[in-house]
Write a protein that binds this ligand. Structure first.
Ligand code: SF4
Length: 488
């Protein structure tokens, strides 16, 4: 399991990745962190990555700067499986970055673990990336023409190589600005350039990125909860388009690329972020409760109990119960030691895992009319299985209420929803979907209702997968769709 990579070698423009073939997927959902302190940072990186584990469960990595070298360790597995005390002791240094990676079929390979490390003749660079670059093909051919030999198909490697190219021609800050100008898509980055730590967020602010204070220093993390987990405190979000340098004494903004509108991903609020996180001024838990209340107003129903799909539907269900006056109950118990179904790599394992993951509380369900609340439906297999489980447990009626509008279009900006075929809502009416999942009725929150619940302006929220209209131009959608299908 543990593979100690060549941490003390110096090579020009050689990333710390083994060659790989046949990988079609690019970097997907991830969590990132970076800290600088008067103390060694490997331990706080470890605990912050554990707090961000929900953002990626297939690989983890930490890079630190020490004695003029970038030390790096990464491997497959959960954070606590990849690292141990000996490795953390090896990762000396008071500045470093870390990464947890979510991957999909075909992409679950050690070669794609991050941070990505590149040595140039002038600098040692490590990059941790959350997001997805839509002009990666253009960047790769630009860099390949200059002699870059890519060893992965990851867009994160393209970012690291572009950065290496730009800072070899300019000073560090100018190089970062030029890199940002060339990247299109979603990118929240923690970057080490020698002993300097930078946090960068794309101008649309698609993925979250938070700044915080810790004992003896400061840091950056995908979500504010990472700071709480290490005894620190959340200070503020990295602004969309901002390049921030983080030192042990505070933050320094080098530049902000301002856009008229933002495009914060609605799915972070609906499902992906931890409920106790604060993203762009909004507490995720409160957003989910508001979603539940609005859902109850938009799709009222007579029932005996409101029950959540644990854990993702809990806050939504609570809001539904509060608004409707229907009592909230825990009708499904979750086995906490099974991973989230959405991120398991194959369809069969996803379906199998549902039985292991959830079991019904018959005393709550039997003979009752149930409102079952969840955050979203993507493929519908999980929901169909749960509705069947409730009916088998004696539910008289099962009314499904969903905290996101129907997902009908792919995401090109960092979530693994790439093919229209996989969406149960694509080309089907709500009644048809209700029939497929076996529900007595089905109601999705409206787009206006979702926007109201998130509490940000309509034009500052990405709704691409709900509307098919994306905040950045997506070239050759058909080609990308087909290419991504090969890995499905
Ligand atoms: S398309 Fe959907 S999942 Fe992707 S960034 Fe936009 S809102 Fe989020």
């Amino acid at each position: 399991m543990f593979i100690l990579r060549g941490v003390l070698t110096v090579a020009t423009l050689l990333p710390e990745c083994a060659p790989m073939r046949g990988l079609k997927r690019r970097n997907e959902y991830c969590g990132i962190a970076g800290f600088v302190s008067t103390f060694d940072v490997s331990q706080i990186l470890y605990f912050s990555l554990r707090a961000l584990q929900h953002r990626g469960q297939e690989s983890a990595g930490i890079a630190t700067y020490y004695a003029d070298e970038l030390l790096l360790f990464k491997g497959m597995g959960l954070v606590h499986e990849v690292f141990n005390r000996e490795i953390l002791n090896f990762l000396k240094g008071n500045v470093g970055i870390g990464h947890v990676r979510y991957s999909t079929t075909g992409g679950s390979k050690e070669e794609n673990a991050q941070p990505i490390r590149i040595y140039t003749s002038k600098h040692k660079i490590a990059v941790a990336h959350n997001g997805e670059i839509v002009n990666v093909d253009e960047l790769r051919s630009f860099l390949s023409n200059l002699g870059s030999a890519f060893v992965t198909k990851s867009d994160s490697e393209a970012i690291a190589r572009l950065l290496a190219y730009e800072i070899s021609r300019h000073d560090v800050v100018e190089g970062l600005k030029n890199t940002m100008r060339r990247l299109k898509g979603s990118f929240s980055l923690a970057v080490l350039i020698d002993d300097r730590l930078f946090a960068i967020r794309d101008p649309l602010g698609i993925r979250p990125l938070a700044l915080g204070k810790i004992d003896g220093g400061y840091g950056v993390a995908s979500e504010s909860i990472a700071f709480h987990s290490i005894g620190g405190e959340f200070v503020r979000d990295v602004k969309p388009g901002e390049i921030v340098e983080i030192t042990k004494d505070g933050f320094y903004t080098h530049h902000i690329f301002e856009k008229k509108h933002k495009a914060h991903c609605m799915f972070e609020y609906v499902y992906f972020a931890r409920a106790d996180s604060i993203i762009d001024g909004q507490c995720v838990y409160e957003v989910r409760r508001r979603i539940g209340r609005i859902l109850a107003r938009e799709h009222p129903v007579d029932a005996d109990f409101v029950i959540p799909v644990p854990d993702s539907g809990r806050a939504h269900a609570l809001g539904f119960s509060e608004e409707s006056g229907i009592p909230y109950a825990e009708g499904l118990m979750k086995n906490r030691y099974v991973e989230r179904t959405f991120i398991l790599p194959s369809q069969e394992s996803r379906v199998m895992e549902i039985n292991m993951k959830l079991s019904p509380v018959k005393s709550v369900i039997s003979g009752k009319r149930i409102v079952l609340v969840d955050d979203s439906i993507v493929r519908g297999n999980t929901m169909r299985k749960i509705v069947r489980m409730l009916k088998d447990a004696g539910a008289k009626e099962v009314h499904v209420r969903i905290g996101s509008p129907p997902i009908i279009a792919p995401c090109y900006l960092g979530i693994d929803m790439k093919t229209r075929d996989q969406f149960i809502a694509s080309g089907r009416s709500v009644e048809e979907i209700a029939r497929i999942i076996g529900a007595d009725s089905l109601g999705y929150i409206s787009i206006d209702g979702l926007v109201e619940a998130i509490g940000l302006p309509y034009e500052d929220i990405c709704l691409g997968c709900l509307t098919g209209k994306y905040p950045v131009p997506i070239k050759g959608e058909k080609i990308r769709f087909q290419s991504d299908l090969e890995d499905f």
